[in-house]
Design a protein around this ligand. Structure first.
Ligand code: IMP
Length: 202
């Protein structure tokens, strides 16, 4: 079985991709074993200093390849709001850091809602980029979920900006959908399915 590291410590993301691999049929699930950073003893806080999703994902994957010599993939995601010049983008997790809040979803949503207070055009999209380094080659996968920014929080499920993001063709926010319904249309779900479809072809 080929071991591939997913450069994340987010258990939920590892479980999600392992489940998708197994859904593809036993031969794919049996071909690849997905390891987390803690599985390989990597406790470092891997730098993410790029101004693009793809740059950050590559930085994380290269770190694992260089320091641990495993084939590896990494993801980077964020919210892009058209009226704000595609901000917060790669800064999504720490959007309100300049107001003294570190990785604080509530503060991030407050800041975004106040920036959007007088804005009518509320188009936005979530984007995920996955970079895979496999057998000396690099492959990139991208998932986009278009939608709009609500004028106030709706629902309490999910994480991050879920309560204020309404996906295209829906009335409810990501936070009001079940996880399965969200994964079926989400940026991350789309990017992960592309990666899995690619692994199936190997
Ligand atoms: P990550 O690269 O997947 O860790 O995402 C970076 C940041 O983007 C998160 O901390 C959230 O603020 C935001 N984000 C990414 N995906 C989602 C999502 O599905 N829902 C809400 N917020 C998200």
């Amino acid at each position: 079985m080929k071991k591939i590291v997913f450069a994340t410590n987010n258990r939920h993301k590892i479980e999600e991709i392992s489940a998708l691999l197994n859904e593809c049929g036993s031969e794919v699930g049996e071909k690849f074993e997905i390891l987390s950073l803690s599985d390989i003893g990597c406790t470092a806080d891997i730098p993410e200093t790029s101004e693009t999703f793809s740059g950050n994902a590559l930085q994380k994957a290269e770190y694992v390849k260089t320091h641990f010599d495993y084939d590896c993939f990494a993801d980077d995601s964020g919210l892009e709001v058209r009226a704000l010049g595609m901000a917060p983008g790669v800064h999504s997790a720490r959007y309100a850091a300049d107001e003294g809040f570190d990785h604080d979803s509530e503060a991030n949503m407050d800041k975004l809602l106040s920036r959007m207070a007088k804005i009518q055009h509320r188009e936005a999209q979530f984007r995920t980029v996955i970079v895979l380094l496999l057998d000396g080659q690099m492959f990139e996968f991208e998932g986009i979920c278009k939608g709009t920014i609500a004028t106030e929080r709706m629902g309490s499920g999910g994480f991050g900006y879920d309560p204020i993001f309404v996906p295209e063709g829906h009335e409810e926010s990501f936070a009001q959908m079940g996880m399965e319904a969200k994964n079926a249309i989400s940026h991350r779900g789309k990017a992960v399915r592309q990666l899995v479809d690619f692994l199936k072809t190997l």
